[in-house]
Design a protein. Structure first.
Length: 300
């Protein structure tokens, strides 16, 4: 994985840019930049690491990522397989309230928007009920030219304000994104190792060796920079994948098969960890999804 700092190439004639991508998998490096980023997942599945928190993502999801917040959209392992015939599609909008757009956001009329962004400074997930309107406004910004770009952008920002209390923060406001480039490179290497090997039996010794650290040194370092222990982080990665396999696969998979597939060697331990993270048992999770979607899944 590469170094954290990342420069968004903003054209001389634009202060807001929209990027449309279609490629085998998402940019695979943990990085940060000065701009706010709003990403609409049009197609693809995986795990978003934002600061020290994990969020499973699926087609249709929209995430607002705060300026300077380290983040990584980690595509699921199947996107990296040789001869994979699946792709990801996404639309991302970038803007910098503290850069070229500072005069705009300092206007009295933008006080509400500036206060909202300050409150949600690390970013947030967009509720499902507001995704259609927000994605529509992103496409209008992308299609616009000249001053029309700012017109549609202001409509977009107003839509963000409307999210208000419905917004769920990407990570705790206590999280600090300020750490050195070398620390970022080391953390990137650790996260990459875990996300590539989580469905195997990996131990604390394995990941500490991969980071060229002692077990004690690794535990202190990882807890400091992610807010997680190695085990809690590994479990969240595994359970995020398990949720997808249980309800979003092309064919139903039993709970026991999914448990072993994502790296657990005990169905009892899988059920316990799943309930701790998701708040309900795997069987209840599947049943709830089945009731909502009308689809049928094996649960044994």
């Amino acid at each position: 994985m590469k170094v954290l700092p990342f420069t968004i190439l903003v054209p001389d004639d634009k202060s807001v840019i929209v990027e449309m991508i279609e490629q085998p998998y998402f940019y695979p490096h943990f990085h940060r930049h000065d701009e706010w980023q709003v990403t609409w997942i049009q197609q693809g599945e995986g795990t978003l690491l934002a600061g020290n928190d994990l969020h499973a993502f699926h087609s249709g999801d929209i995430f607002v990522i705060g300026a300077k917040l380290p983040h990584l959209f980690k595509s699921n392992p199947e996107y990296f397989l040789p001869n994979s015939n699946i792709d990801i599609k996404a639309c991302s909008l970038y803007f910098n309230p503290a850069g070229l757009m500072a005069p705009l956001f300092n206007l009295p009329e933008m006080k509400l928007s500036s206060a909202f962004l300050s409150k949600m400074r690390h970013g947030f997930t967009v509720p499902a009920s507001m995704r259609d309107e927000l994605s529509s406004k992103m496409l209008k910004v992308n299609a616009a030219n000249g001053s029309d770009i700012l017109h549609h952008f202001l409509e977009f920002v107003a839509q963000l304000n409307g999210i208000s209390e419905k917004a769920t923060s990407l990570c705790s406001n206590l999280y600090s994104p300020d750490f050195s480039e070398s620390e970022g490179m080391r953390l990137s290497k650790i996260i990459n190792y875990i996300t590539q090997n989580y469905n195997h039996q990996i131990s604390l010794e394995d990941v500490a060796d991969a980071a060229c650290m002692t077990r004690q040194g690794f535990c202190r370092y990882f807890k400091k920079h992610t807010g997680h222990t190695f085990v809690s982080f590994l479990n969240e990665v595994r359970i995020n994948d398990a949720c997808k396999s249980l309800v979003l696969g092309e064919s139903s998979e039993s709970i026991s098969i999914v448990a072993f597939k994502v790296g657990f060697n005990s169905i009892t331990n899988f059920n316990r960890v799943f309930k701790h993270i998701i708040g309900q048992t795997p069987r209840d999770y599947v049943d709830q999804y089945r009731q909502i979607s009308g689809r049928h899944y094996a649960t044994a």
